[in-house]
Design a protein around this ligand. Sequence first.
Ligand SMILES: [Zn+2]
Length: 197
Amino acid sequence: MGDYFERIVDVEVSAAEAGALGARVVDWMVSRGLLTREMSGELMYSWKVEQGYVPGPRWAGIAADWGADWLPGPVAVIVGRHVHHAGQGETEPESATCPHCGTRAVIIDYPNSWEADPVVWQPFSTAIDEWIGTGTGAVTCGTCRTPTPITTWSWSDDVALGALAVEFWHWPPLSETFVAELSAHLGHRVAHHTGKF
Ligand SMILES: [Zn+2]
């Protein structure tokens, strides 16, 4: 119980803007009765924040019906540059695609391997660390030799880099309509993750 999450990651907002944008999204959800201002750490296991917003009286309108007695957990708003992993655990992404030439760099060659190829992964890992620390980091494509910002690479569905994420803990699946509305409020490209702690 309490170990399932659904997450929307804003993959475009800057770290400087993420706090204010996160606050606006919370205001919007509170105004719709989806959240309260009360904070709790019950039923959530986020690595990045200890507490989230307790659901409001109208939360059930945006999620699947899992029965009248279902109690969802808090909604965590995570501000700051992070690597967000879908699924379970924190494995490296399966692949990354160069924004310049479209070549897909295979980082984990499933099912032949279950671990990242260290030679392929190393420049991405370095650039991600630089991005977390400074907001910029570049990777030079192994095929076209063009260096491009790490945030412009496309990732396989299992990983997203972003400075703002909204995590719904222990909720039934969110409706597609709500996910689209939340994305529209963020006003940027998003990644949509589900997973278990
Ligand atoms: Zn390339």
